[in-house]
Design a protein around this ligand. Structure first.
Ligand SMILES: *[C@@H]1O[C@H](CO)[C@@H](O)[C@H](O)[C@H]1NC(C)=O
Ligand SMILES: *[C@@H]1O[C@H](CO)[C@@H](O)[C@H](O)[C@H]1NC(C)=O
Ligand SMILES: *[C@@H]1O[C@H](CO)[C@@H](O)[C@H](O)[C@H]1NC(C)=O
Ligand SMILES: *[C@@H]1O[C@H](CO)[C@@H](O)[C@H](O)[C@H]1NC(C)=O
Ligand SMILES: *[C@@H]1O[C@H](CO)[C@@H](O)[C@H](O)[C@H]1NC(C)=O
Length: 729
């Protein structure tokens, strides 16, 4: 290669460097704990299943494990999806079309045709016979209900279900309203099945209601008992209520909601969260409360950070009960709009604590200007208002009058542990589901409660909580960018299939709960996941089994020490070197710091300080050394807290420091750089294509995205290289 050849190469690089300076912010990190040859950047894309038939506002989920089916309530449609793999389902074949009637009337009342005047399905409840499904939808601001077969076909005419057809008080007029409903088969008067609902029963939204439909004998079609409801337009009973959940628990049905707090006496208004209870056997009073519940009680839910002035999360957003465990409710809360501070919390309530609040004192206000005070026990009539009796119509008038004016309990339901299981600022939780995971630690067994909480920003927080000798604790185990930027509207979880189902306005997604190998390629992240364990022998993350390294409570600081193998990195004199901390930056650790140490021959072991000239840190906590010299040799260790997460042995190739003297050597240098160039180019291509596919968002941060520092670094490498060629024509 002659002088002109080198000049051509030099010019080529000037051009390349200027072009690439703009676009090449991409850079690939090496994995920290595995041999390079095994490394493959793993994408969650492969493990997410997705289903969508367009923007249909998927909001209502019902999992039927027996049929392996996820039922989804959306706009004008109910879908039945294959739980094993929701992407296998079909938009037409697996849907029941339920379009709104009377769209014109809805539009004439000023509602929008493309959204409000459609039929948004808000209730999906099994009838308990393994064959039929109750469905209720907004039907263009004229709520309507149906009973269909679970295979989503309509019933034949002769199988007509009485009491079904008019959806008022069973699901809302407005698709924006927050409502709840539960089909209850056992324990109602006459043993007859029916629907309980919490919703708004008027077009104007003036009538929030807790409602039980008329009770019919399904065989004869005869009406046996009239509907029951809360007192109409009585703000002591319900006031501007947003319902979030309802549950059939023994002889009661419980409702969870938030509403304007009638007992709040300071200036302005406050919203409080509540749990309310009615007896299933309630048939109302004889003369007083004849259409209403005679056993309705409600209590405030306390979800607060303890302290001299507790900080309250007052707006319940979602509540969950684990199948097969009626002892606990798990709920997500946000701060009130008036609190000025945005934040969310998760609190747990035991059934015992809820019942204790209902067994406590009642609250009352003597006159509209006086304070709310507990009612003296001596003034509470007998039988105690709110207890379940065989025949509420036989209750004395003083009991019914008392209930009428005193539905609110004095004390709030305490939250388990008197503190939230989790809370965080600047986060809006929208929905929650819970799993439990037992880990056999060979004698040191532990049961985790694992919360999955969807956010308004499309994430799913995975929070692990444990009980233990030290009082237990909780921590964020992972954060998934699960839904792009769309708010998570609903979650469902299958413990059988280890799958999480997520609904947004535009799509449904299915995510694996145990994504060990797909998610973590470093021991330090793997051991903290309640479902995973690190296999030292193979250097891989696996679903936990006894013998694997596991530390979800984060109590064994050096557990991963032995699993961070020493890797040797060779670099030529004057080259730049990148040492990665993690394979990928886990979102949960994004704000955390690592410390790099260097064991040098001259200086011994010292902590590395960064500087812009030579020693940089990447956004993924990796270490970049520019223009290495002999003194950079030696061992590098990266610590996250007390845990060693990566270690390298850096070897500087002295041979390469001599100037190339023959054209053969220039060719070698040139081809090395071409090789590098190809690598960067393909990394950039991969990065670009990933940018375009929004589906890829679950990947915990694409490892290619790096701050300005790197483009600075790359520039600098090229410029050095170009100068080198200029200096040595
Ligand atoms: C559900 O999907 C799984 C996996 O694709 C398949 O094996 C199964 O047959 C499907 N079930 C139904 C009822 O389609
Ligand atoms: C749907 O299920 C019902 C009851 O199980 C059955 O009678 C009906 O034939 C089924 N329809 C279809 C299309 O499979
Ligand atoms: C329903 O709840 C959501 C989430 O808390 C809230 O943004 C929305 O305003 C509520 N709907 C109504 C009609 O209040
Ligand atoms: C309520 O009814 C059940 C069965 O019908 C009966 O065993 C019980 O004694 C009744 N309780 C009262 C307080 O009347
Ligand atoms: C809520 O719980 C906290 C912590 O136990 C307590 O300090 C506070 O007084 C409770 N608030 C109410 C309204 O009961």
């Amino acid at each position: 290669m002659g002088a002109s050849g080198q000049w051509t190469a030099g010019v080529l690089w000037v051009v390349l460097a200027s072009v690439l300076a703009d676009s090449w912010t991409a850079y690939q990190e090496q994995p920290c704990c595995r041999p390079v040859s095994h490394h493959r950047v793993r994408h969650h894309r492969d493990h997410i299943r997705e289903f969508s038939c367009g923007s249909l506002f998927y909001r209502t989920l019902y999992l039927n494990e027996d049929r392996n089916t996820l039922y989804v309530g959306a706009m004008d449609r109910v879908f039945r999806l294959n739980m094993t793999d929701i992407s296998q389902s079909h938009c037409e074949r697996d849907a029941l079309l339920l379009e709104a009637s009377n769209v014109a009337r809805c539009v004439s009342k000023g509602k929008s045709e493309p959204f409000e005047c459609r039929n948004h399905i808000r209730v999906l409840q099994p009838l308990g016979d393994g064959e039929r499904l109750y469905v209720c939808g907004t039907n263009a601001h004229s709520p309507k209900d149906w009973v269909v077969y679970l295979n989503l076909t309509h019933l034949p005419r002769h199988e007509y279900v009485p009491g079904v057809g008019l959806g008022v008080a069973k699901c809302p007029y407005d698709p924006a309203d927050n409502s709840t409903a539960v089909w209850v088969t056992d324990g109602n008067p006459g043993g007859l099945p029916t629907l309980y609902a919490g919703t708004n029963a008027e077009f104007t939204k003036a009538d929030p209601v807790i409602f039980r439909n008329d009770l019919y004998d399904f065989r004869t079609g005869q009406k046996k008992y009239n509907f029951k409801r809360t007192l109409k337009y009585d703000s002591k009973w319900l006031d501007k209520t947003n319902f979030v959940g309802s549950f059939d628990v023994g002889e009661y049905v419980l409702f969870f909601f938030r509403e304007t707090a009638v007992e709040f006496m300071n200036c302005g208004k406050a919203v409080y969260s509540r749990v309310a209870r009615v007896c299933k056997h309630d048939t109302g009073g004889k003369h007083i409360l004849s259409q209403n519940w005679a056993t309705y009680l409600k209590a405030r839910l306390n979800c607060s950070i303890p302290g001299e002035f507790p900080f309250y999360f007052d707006e319940i957003q979602s509540v969950y009960q684990m199948p097969g465990d009626t002892t606990r409710f798990y709920a997500a809360f946000t701060t009130g709009a008036s609190d000025g501070l945005v934040g969310s919390a998760i609190c747990t309530y035991t059934m015992d604590d809820i019942q204790e609040a209902f067994a406590g004192r009642f609250k009352e206000q003597a006159s509209s200007s006086s304070a709310w005070l507990p009612v003296l026990r001596a003034r509470v009539p007998v039988p105690r208002p709110g207890t379940c009796v065989n025949n509420t119509e036989a209750l004395p008038d003083n009991v019914l009058n008392f209930i009428r004016s005193h539905p609110l309990m004095d004390s709030a339901v305490r939250h388990e542990g008197d503190a939230p299981a989790f809370y965080k600022r600047d986060l809006v939780l929208t929905t929650i589901v819970v799993d439990r995971q037992f880990v056999d630690m060979l004698g040191d067994d532990i049961t985790y409660t694992v919360f999955y909480a969807g956010t308004s920003a499309g994430e799913v927080y995975k929070i692990v909580q444990w009980a233990g000798g030290g009082g237990g604790g909780s921590r964020v185990a992972d954060v998934w960018r699960a839904a792009g930027d769309e708010p998570v509207r609903a979650l469902a979880i299958s413990r059988r299939l280890h799958a999480l189902y997520l609904a947004t306005d535009n799509r449904l997604r299915q995510l694996p709960l145990r994504a060990c190998a797909h998610r973590y390629d470093s021991c330090v992240r793997c051991v903290l996941d309640p479902y995973c364990g690190w296999d030292k022998e193979v250097g891989a993350c696996r679903p936990y089994s006894p013998g694997l390294l596991h530390d979800a409570t984060n109590s064994t600081p050096s557990i991963c020490e032995a699993s961070a193998p020493l890797k040797t990195v060779r670099a030529g004199y004057g080259q730049s070197v990148h040492l990665a901390a993690y394979g990928k930056t886990p979102e949960a650790l994004k704000d955390q710091h690592v410390i790099w140490y260097h064991h040098s021959r001259e200086k011994g072991r010292y902590k590395i300080n960064y500087n812009w000239d030579r020693v940089l840190q990447t956004s993924e906590r990796g270490l970049v050394l520019l223009s290495v010299t002999e003194s950079d040799r030696g061992r590098y260790e990266c610590y996250f807290g007390p845990t060693l997460i990566a270690s390298y042995n850096l070897d500087i190739d002295i041979h390469r420091c001599t100037q190339p003297s023959k054209s053969q050597e220039y060719k070698q240098v040139y081809s090395d750089w071409c090789h590098e160039f190809e690598k960067y180019k393909s990394a950039m291509k991969a990065w670009e294509s990933r940018q375009m596919v929004s589906l890829a968002n679950i990947i915990i941060l694409i490892p290619f995205i790096i701050e300005m520092k790197i483009s600075y670094l790359l520039n600098r490498i090229w410029i050095e290289q170009i100068l080198y060629f200029r200096r040595h024509p």
